[in-house]
Design a protein around this ligand. Structure first.
Ligand SMILES: C[S@@+](CC[C@H](N)C(=O)[O-])C[C@H]1O[C@@H](n2cnc3c(N)ncnc32)[C@H](O)[C@@H]1O
Length: 444
């Protein structure tokens, strides 16, 4: 077994088991400035970094301090992210966030993991940067949204496959859905559903079917003529039949006919905009080694011990997300039971901390010694609850060492608040990321 590529002086791991993903060995990292030094002098977007301190209660209840860096570390003005990311998902982060950490903390060929994968922002960005993508999400939609974009097809192949599908042969015609769709559109959607379910049952789903399924899911309902439905809420929040009836009455609208294959092809063209030959080449080199899981993040035995170089993730927050209500229509299309999906959404902070501590234990297991976790916590309770303070003890309880807190603030000339930066209410976009490192190996 080859020695671990990372700094083995900090820990001794058991032999790394054979990886099911055929991981490429990491290149030896080039010597570089430490992240702390880089953040301190960072000035790429014209602002100097401000250094603060975040405190939290350590294991012995003594206060501990972590260096905290505030600046505009990535920005909307920066080089646009790949068009492949342009899939909506509730509470997704921008690709620039994982990119910032992947570029600084990993080498091509190393494994980058997101235990709360969502639409797959980290996973896709990792793959685009030549890292081996690994992801997990309890929501089965996450896999449907992520996997096809790791192996994007060619436009002409999508067009050809769409021509082979019979869009006028449904098995069902759920009349309730006529509040969203014109009868011809509903027939086409139900026919596509039947085709995809039959392909799945025959274990014949290929990359083109996966792609068409993703696109159909993405176009199902929305607020513009680019979607299959009449005007409704954005695609992340399917409304009930009753609410849609009211929307239709209020707006005096009836669902117009939509060309399902044409809309799939149009969105395909948009998504593939940046898919040039080098992009396809890099994706093709890592996608076959990807590992994407649909299960709770706290138990992922498929991921070997000490195999992951970096985790970039954003957990479910303390808000109330009713999965079944939000996803009933997409689950209908996929033939899934929306009520069977149980997301982790504790409403109380201590229950959330307990759930996150469990996940951190699992992350500690899968991380290489020297590997990092970049844990993004968003705004909750209108910025009154500081989740970075709440999350620090969870990582520490799992044996991880807090390195720093990074606050990315995109407009930070506004009125200062308690972090010295303006919050969402002031019109800024703030991400707070707690960075942990695995320095010890607790395995016997
Ligand atoms: C804030 S979102 C992540 C969004 C992601 N960063 C992106 O850019 O799309 C949190 C995700 O956690 C998932 N989730 C909730 N409970 C989970 C659990 N116990 N295990 C794994 N995933 C879970 C949700 O389905 C959701 O996709």
């Amino acid at each position: 077994m080859p020695p671990l590529a990372h700094n083995t002086s900090v820990a001794t791991c058991p032999e790394t088991p054979e990886l099911p993903l055929d991981y490429a060995p990491a290149r030896k990292p080039a010597p570089r400035q430490s992240l702390t030094d880089e953040l301190t002098v960072f000035r790429e977007f014209g602002q100097a970094t401000r250094t603060l301190v975040t405190t939290f209660a350590g294991a012995d209840a003594q206060p501990r301090a972590v260096a905290t860096f505030v600046n505009e570390f990535w920005t909307a003005k920066q080089r646009q992210a790949s068009s492949l990311h342009e899939i909506s998902y509730r509470a997704c982060f921008k690709p620039q966030l994982p990119r910032f950490f992947i570029e600084r903390l990993t080498q091509p060929g190393e494994v980058v993991y997101d235990p709360f994968m969502g639409r797959g922002t980290t996973v896709l960005e990792a793959a685009l940067l030549g890292r081996v993508p690994c992801g997990c999400d309890i929501n089965p939609l996450s896999l449907v949204l992520t996997r096809p974009r790791l192996r994007p097809p060619r436009l002409e192949d999508v067009a050809q496959r769409l021509q082979q599908i019979d869009f006028a042969a449904p098995d069902e015609f759920p009349e309730d859905l006529l509040v969203f769709f014109h009868p011809d559109t509903l027939r086409a959607i139900a026919s596509l559903k039947k085709y995809l379910l039959a392909r799945r049952a025959a274990a014949a789903l290929d990359a083109l079917d996966d792609w068409i399924c993703l696109l159909a899911l993405n176009r199902l309902t929305g607020h513009s003529p680019g979607f299959f439905s009449v005007y409704t809420l954005p695609p992340n929040q399917a409304v009930s039949v009753k609410s849609q009836r009211k929307i239709n009455a209020d707006r005096n609208q009836t669902p117009p006919p939509r060309d399902v294959p044409a809309l799939i092809l149009k969105k395909t063209r948009q998504l593939l905009r940046d898919c040039d030959t080098p992009t396809r080449r890099v994706l093709a080199s890592v996608a076959p080694r990807a590992l994407l899981l649909t299960q709770p993040a706290a138990r992922t035995p498929q991921i070997p011990d000490c195999s992951v170089a970096l985790v970039v993730t954003s957990p479910p927050f303390l808000d109330v997300v009713d999965y079944a209500t939000d996803n009933w229509l997409r689950c209908w299309f996929l033939g899934l039971d929306a009520k069977s999906v149980k997301l982790t959404v504790p409403k109380k902070l201590d229950a959330w901390q307990a759930a996150m501590t469990e996940v951190f234990h699992e992350l500690h297991r899968v991380l290489k010694p020297g590997g990092h976790v970049a844990f993004e916590v968003g705004e909750i309770h209108a910025g009154k609850t500081r989740l970075e303070e709440a999350v620090l003890p969870c990582g520490v309880a799992a044996g991880l060492e807090p390195e720093l807190v990074l606050i990315n603030d995109q407009q930070f000339t506004k009125t200062a608040n308690c972090w010295g930066v303006a919050n969402m209410a002031k019109g800024t976009n703030t991400n707070r990321i707690v960075l942990f490192r695995k320095v010890r190996c607790v395995y016997a």
